[in-house]
Design a protein. Structure first.
Length: 78
């Protein structure tokens, strides 16, 4: 569909996102979310889910931080 509409597509692995945004390719999703919330504290700090325990499912707001991480990747790439 993107090709039909002449839209550029970029694929990023989780490892690439963490390497660029955290300078560490083995960081956790939560550490990435903490970094993003720290960068935009007034807008996002209250949305940061607490660190989950191993038996808990991921917080529903974590998707927001995943999307923001991709947006930050695109802006870093130019």
């Amino acid at each position: 569909m993107a090709e039909d509409r002449h839209v550029k597509v970029a694929l990023f692995s989780q490892k690439q996102v963490r390497r660029v945004l955290l300078d560490d390719d083995i960081g956790t999703k939560h550490s990435l979310a903490e970094m993003i919330a720290g960068r935009f504290p007034e807008e996002l700090d209250f949305l940061l889910p607490r660190k989950r325990r191993i038996w808990e499912s991921e917080g529903s707001r974590m998707n927001l931080f995943d999307a923001l991480a991709l947006a930050l990747m695109v802006t870093k790439r130019g």
